[in-house]
Design a protein around this ligand. Structure first.
Ligand code: ASP
Ligand code: MG
Length: 418
């Protein structure tokens, strides 16, 4: 059996959905489970909606109307007015109405997951209905009954044994009846609340299903020809890798390569399931295959940009040296505020660290740190990682940039820049 994942860009408009059906048709005769993300930039829009609701900003209704309009415009291009999909989608959106009618709950991450998850619940309804309309038998399932997580909202930790049991008990027989369509990015808690697995987590969803079902392969369909050495949005003359090893792919995603979600590879590596990254506009192309003993040929350095970074410098308020005790306290505070540490440096009197900047988590972190440390910080920075670098490539990258922190190892150089 095969697992396919279609990301937001592949289903951003009616043409995308028509194309998805074409790709799936090419694989006629296979058992396929399809994981779908929210359409286009819907997750970003739902994040904005969540923030507006929590801030009790009137804008919340405008944002919600825009999200609905975007989806209904697509539906109109694909279905007759009498189609049941209008009702299904309305019934899904109404869950947001129920949330926003009430006073905001004080757990931001909890509210976030209940609202943002609607993006995938709607997109999968539309894709499934369209496949059926196009003569491809498909069954919509609610992933929250299969991928079980703890209640770490916005970063649900998968409970593998329970998940494996649910998936293997029911999905194989469904696959015999037709294609199975489900939501990426979402999970469910034991109290039936919705969790999300972290931004861009749909790849991870595909890998969880593949691992539990012993799939032949996972294919993630992208708007790029495969895994490239750099993001073509920022660099020209990029090259595509034909093959990569699991470990190189893990390294790349760890440093922030967004082509694959970082948690995706490990379950596949454990089960020796190859991951194909292929262009949805050209399904016949080979793309990139990530597999055991994949060849890593670095004709060009791999450049990974991570934006929206903050650099913090801490020094103890009592002017003491930065000691192991301090470091252990500091890491405790980072963990408590879910701060993601990307790079760090210690000196006698200070500890400097580069983290992903999420406003709400950052505020919480500053409050915790502020009790014992004086904190200075810069935000709006970019972390550049170059793997398999050459002097030439580095010189080019460093031109016209202010480098705030730099670290070099044999294979990898990292710098935080303004
Ligand atoms: N829709 C979610 C996001 O944009 C999950 C995904 O696309 O993988 O983060
Ligand atoms: Mg997405």
């Amino acid at each position: 059996m095969l697992v396919f994942k279609f990301g937001g860009a592949s289903v951003k408009d009616a043409d995308g959905i028509v194309n998805l059906a074409k790709v799936v048709k090419k694989y006629d005769g296979n058992q396929i489970l399809i994981v779908v993300s929210a359409m286009g930039k819907t997750t970003n829009a739902l994040e904005k909606l969540t923030k507006a609701y929590v801030d009790q900003d009137d804008e919340v209704h405008t944002i919600f109307d825009e999200i609905k309009k975007y989806h209904y415009d697509i539906i109109e291009q694909l279905f007759d007015h009498s189609d049941a999909i209008y009702n299904d989608v309305a019934n899904t959106f109404v869950e947001i109405d129920w949330v926003i009618e009430e006073e905001p709950h004080d757990d931001y991450d909890f509210i976030y997951d209940q609202i943002v998850s609607i993006g995938e619940l709607v997109s999968t309804r539309i894709v499934s209905a369209y496949l059926n309309k196009a003569g491809i038998k498909s069954q919509w399932i609610d992933v929250r009954g299969y991928i079980h997580t703890d209640n770490t909202y916005r970063e649900g930790i998968v409970q593998w044994d329970k998940t494996r049991a649910s998936i293997s008990a029911e999905i194989p027989s469904l696959l015999q009846k037709g294609i199975v369509i489900t939501q990426g990015f979402l999970g469910g808690t034991s109290e039936n609340f919705t969790t999300t697995l972290g931004r861009e987590g749909s790849d991870y969803t595909a890998s969880i299903f593949a691992s539990c079902l012993g799939a032949e392969s996972v294919t993630t369909w992208k708007d790029v020809p495969g895994v490239l050495n750099a993001d073509p949005k920022f660099f020209k003359d990029t090259i595509k890798f034909d093959e990569l090893s699991y470990s190189e792919a893990i390294e790349m995603t760890y440093y922030g390569a967004t082509v694959i979600h970082p948690k995706t590879i490990k379950p596949l590596q454990n089960a020796k399931i190859p991951l194909l990254v292929k262009p949805f506009t050209n399904p016949g192309e080979p793309g990139t295959i990530i597999k055991e003993n994949g060849r890593n040929e670095f004709l060009k350095p791999v450049i990974i940009l991570k934006q929206n970074q903050a650099l913090l410098s801490l020094s103890a308020k009592d002017y003491s040296f930065i000691s192991e005790n301090h470091l252990s306290d500091i890491f405790g505070m980072f963990a408590a505020s879910q701060a993601k540490v990307n790079m760090m440096q210690t000196s006698a009197l200070s500890f400097t660290v580069c983290i992903d900047f999420y406003e709400d988590r950052f505020k919480k972190l500053l409050k915790l740190l502020g009790q014992d440390f004086s904190v200075k910080y810069n935000d709006g920075l970019t972390l550049i990682t170059v793997r398999h670098y050459s002097t030439e490539s580095l010189n080019e990258l460093k031109t016209n940039k202010i480098i705030l922190m730099e670290q070099v190892s044999r294979n990898t150089i990292q710098m935080v820049v303004k």
